[in-house]
Design a binder for this molecule. Sequence first.
Ligand SMILES: [Fe+2]
Ligand SMILES: [Fe+2]
Length: 383
Amino acid sequence: MSATHASNEEIIGRADINDIEAILAVSNTDVDEVEHIVKDNADAIFTWDYSLARPQLRKLYEKAKVGQWNATTDLPWDQEVDLEKVVSSDQAALQSGLTPDHYVGTVVEKWGKQEWLAFGIDQRRWTLSQFLHGEQGALLCTAKIVETVPWYDAKLYASTQVVDEARHVEVFARYLDEKLGGGFQVNAHLRMLLDDIIEDSRWDMTYLGMQVMVEGLALAAFGFLHQMTEEPLLKQLLRYVMSDEARHVAFGVLSLKEVYDGMTDAEMKDRQEFAFEAAIRMRDRFLSQEVWEKHGVNPRDVVPLVLKDPTRDIFQQMLFSKIVPNCKKLGLLDRNDQWLRRRFEEMNVIQFEDWEDTGSEYIKFELDAQQSDEREPQPVAGD
Ligand SMILES: [Fe+2]
Ligand SMILES: [Fe+2]
């Protein structure tokens, strides 16, 4: 007999996953907040077993040590960024499937090129800001994993990830400050998810929430922006960050595989619900409600129209292209009468289940690996 799951209402606070009104009702009202305190509720565990018990994790640790880079000296920070030019060309590359007719009857109807460009610039600031806040979440989570994971090999590896995440926070914060003229506060849906991950007392939940869900989505989102943008500094920055992220997702998948294979249905039920909740929170944040508000638009008027854009729909689905195969590999999709599979079907992302999982894909993302489908950005003169 399989375990009975909680309802949508109990897990995500609303019955219908697509209830836009309910999604938009959650917003960050404390935009001047500087410090945000969360209880981490966990035991710090020493281990006296220093033997090599998990060679795959130790291999990752060795990879991580040689894969280090220095954000200060390895990236072309002298590169000038012409924000208007970059955002216009990225907007053109994106080719929204919506024509101006779609916005008839809303404030946006009257928007010309300039208004859309100004919106696009803030959208870029907002996107990279959420990356930045997510990176800080990863920094705190991996510091927590160093303490809470009972395995020696995993503690060693996680310590390298702490340094990686510090570097990611550093590069996104610097890029926003120096090249984009500042950023946005954390989105409420993202903050809720980060809080949930940090608060959970069970060490594997930090891994599931951060390494598998948040970082799985980040890897896909970074990959998308990296392919799309022609801005050389951002392109290179993302390439470097992705080489680390792919290792991080591998760390999550390799560690959890061992744990989840031995779990009961009732234990797996909690993990399935947590994965579903994380997936919904991440999807909810992509409505970029704060950017619409900043430009004088009520998101309730426009978001339902934006959601009809087929280009956006494909992008939205692609964000789950790493998460779904990884959940499958971990046994999360099909345990308990395929509960998570049904949820991913409703979210329209199940089609990725047989895509490559990220247990070994990190090799392809290494900095010296040949990427046949892209032109590697050249360092600027004097670099
Ligand atoms: Fe990161
Ligand atoms: Fe990461």
